[in-house]
Design a protein around this ligand. Structure first.
Ligand SMILES: [Zn+2]
Length: 335
């Protein structure tokens, strides 16, 4: 097979690490790197830290004879309408920082910033479990809960260049206040933090169970622990997944009634719980949702690309410019 002549540097700036890779038009990561993102550092230092491994990747790509079209960047936050700065971002040093221009200057390469959920759904739509699905909804369940949508083969940008913040749709008006300040949203009940806290509370209140033993061993619990305990037959752990699936299913019913997807993919740090999470979620969506819309959902299943979603989706902004933020001008040979 001959080498693709054009590649893109995909960069995924997450809450703890920046993942990056040289991506082929077929969505293959030809070479990858990772850099920690310590929150106490200034924005300029973070850019410098990313620049080093990125420059090595670019050097490698050019040595191999590839033409690098640009660098697509996934950021967990909204991007200002001019495409220059992340806002409301999980790495606080980057909030309002002219990231696009700084990265472009550091790498001497065209740079496009986009929201992480946009990149996640693009990654699945072009290269993953949602390949070719014209009405696709991706939910990620991790530290936060995010939703990205492809509608009629087009990335949906409704507000702030995204679908807004559907992870904060209210499902229990008496529920807890979430980190963003709303009460009883899906994220306040079904993201990683609430899952861990619920597990720790149950482990302390019940007779000895596997969750209690894990808590005594480690001093805290994670969604991964709840998954392991559920797999081992621990009833409180299984109960937690049933509850989490129900909260997510109620959120999903609302999202489905607005966006009318035919396929729903569930990804993110908590998604490895798979059937413990996805089956109750689908059941609840079908139980409470409007049948006209829920019937159109053919499948609710795991997303495929996991940790590489952001890198691939960000890179695709250069390969398929019609999905790039409005106002972006790119000349690409691939569309
Ligand atoms: Zn909220």
């Amino acid at each position: 097979m001959s080498k693709p002549s054009s590649v893109v540097l995909g960069l995924d700036i997450g809450g703890t690490t920046a993942k990056m890779g040289i991506v082929s038009p077929e969505g293959e990561i030809l070479r990858r790197a990772e850099e920690p993102m310590p929150h106490h550092l200034a924005a300029q230092t973070l850019v410098e830290n990313v620049k080093q491994p990125a420059t090595e990747l670019l050097h490698w790509a050019r040595q191999e004879g590839y033409d690098v079209l640009g660098c697509g960047v996934s950021v967990c936050g909204f991007i200002t309408p001019d495409g220059e700065r992340p806002e409301y971002v999980n790495v606080h040093a980057l909030d309002g920082f002219p990231l696009r221009q700084e990265l472009q200057g550091a790498m001497d390469l065209p740079v496009i910033l986009d929201n992480d959920m946009n990149c996640a759904v693009l990654g699945e739509y072009h290269y993953g479990a949602g390949k070719g699905v014209s009405r696709l909804l991706v939910v990620t369940v991790g530290t936060g809960i995010g939703v990205g949508v492809i509608l009629n083969d087009q990335l949906l940008r409704l507000s702030s260049g995204t679908t807004g913040n559907p992870g904060h749709v209210i499902v229990d008006p008496h529920g807890p206040v979430c980190v963003a300040g709303c009460r009883g949203c899906v994220e306040s009940l079904a993201s990683a933090g609430p899952i861990s806290r619920r597990a720790e509370a149950l482990a302390r209140s019940q007779r000895p169970t596997q969750l209690r033993r894990l808590l005594e061993d480690k001093g805290h619990l994670t969604p991964e622990d709840v998954f392991v305990a559920a797999e081992a037959g621990d009833l409180p752990a299984q109960e937690i997944w049933r509850e989490v699936g129900e909260w997510l299913g109620r959120g999903l019913a609302t999202w489905v009634q607005i966006f009318a997807p035919s396929v729903v993919l569930v990804g993110g740090g908590v998604a490895h719980a798979q059937d413990w999470l996805i089956r109750p979620m689908e059941r609840e969506m079908r139980r409470v949702g409007e049948p006209y819309f829920t019937r159109q959902v053919r499948e609710v299943k795991s997303a495929s690309l996991k940790k590489e979603l952001g890198v691939l989706g960000a890179a695709s902004l250069f390969f398929v410019p019609r999905h790039a933020p409005p106002g972006t001008t790119i000349s690409s040979p691939h569309e």
